[in-house]
Design a protein around this ligand. Structure first.
Ligand SMILES: [Zn+2]
Length: 289
């Protein structure tokens, strides 16, 4: 199969063979105006029998005569293109010389053949800009979520944080002033203990017994004072009296309950209990919050 192509710049028509098309993947240079174009996009198939401009022109004239009636009905422009299409150089054209001829086929030098990569979107600076913007937004969002999560954790663990890291307590208290929250002292019963307990009948008052004990904070931080539940028992170990004492009841009047019991501190507890009509043989003591 042979082809006719036309230069998009000057409309000059040329005869091409498959060999010419394959040589540079269809790229050719117009011998008339030197415009470079891809002939594959502008091909009209013609018979293999047509191997010269003269034969092509003859076939056009023959076609024109045969389809004279049909041409009469076609728009004038189309007829002009087919019949009178500019073929000035074709008269001097020899098909065998196409490959070497500067007249019709100045085939392109290799460097022009180097493909220009346009599919690679990453080469577009706009693409990079957009991508960067997207990642930055995502990063900022993640950062915001992390900060919110951290603040939430600080809020819920404020008591523990204030206890373990007392250097932060002033800041937490300041924040709580704004948020209307409190920073309570830690309440870890496992790190509180009772030691050196003793119960004696009062020497001064009848029917009164004096209970004495030592409250110890084993934690590395200040804790809230616990309540003390004291149960007096009978000779057969049955409870005869049970009472819960608040810190304000078992501590000395001068002690500030709100300050809590300091780390590793021991607090002496003294209680006087009226046991009128009771037979007391023993006691049980329990710390509660
Ligand atoms: Zn041209």
């Amino acid at each position: 199969m042979n082809y006719i192509t036309s230069c998009p710049a000057c409309e000059t028509q040329f005869l091409l063979t498959k060999k010419h098309l394959k040589a540079h993947r269809g790229k050719v240079q117009c011998g008339n105006c030197e415009h470079i174009f891809n002939a594959k996009n502008r091909l009209t198939e013609i018979s293999d029998d047509i191997n010269s401009p003269a034969e092509y022109q003859a076939s056009l004239e023959s076609d024109t005569l045969e389809s004279n009636a049909a041409i009469d009905e076609k728009p004038i422009n189309e007829v002009l293109n087919v019949v009178l299409g500019s073929v000035p150089n074709l008269s001097n054209f020899e098909s065998e010389e196409i490959a070497n001829s500067s007249f019709i086929g100045d085939f392109l030098p290799e460097e022009i053949e180097t493909p220009i990569v346009i599919e690679d979107l990453t080469a577009d600076p706009k693409f990079h800009k957009k991508k960067f913007k997207l990642n930055f937004g995502l990063l900022a969002f993640c950062l915001l979520l992390t900060i919110l999560a951290a603040l939430q954790s600080i809020y819920f663990f404020r008591t523990k944080i204030a206890a373990e890291y007392p250097q932060f307590k002033p800041y937490l208290m300041q924040a709580c002033g704004t948020l209307k929250c409190n920073i309570d002292l830690p309440k870890n019963l496992d790190l509180l203990s009772i030691d050196d307990s003793d119960m004696q009948e009062s020497e001064q008052y009848q029917n009164v017994i004096n209970f004495s004990s030592l409250l110890i904070n084993n934690a590395n931080y200040t804790q809230a004072y616990p309540n003390i539940e004291l149960t007096l028992t009978s000779t057969d170990d049955q409870p005869v009296l049970r009472r819960v004492f608040k810190p304000s009841e078992y501590l000395k009047a001068s002690t500030n309950v709100a300050n809590g019991i300091a780390l590793r501190e021991e607090e002496r507890i003294n209680l006087a209990i009226n046991v009128t009509d009771l037979v007391v043989a023993g006691y049980r003591i329990l710390l509660v919050y």
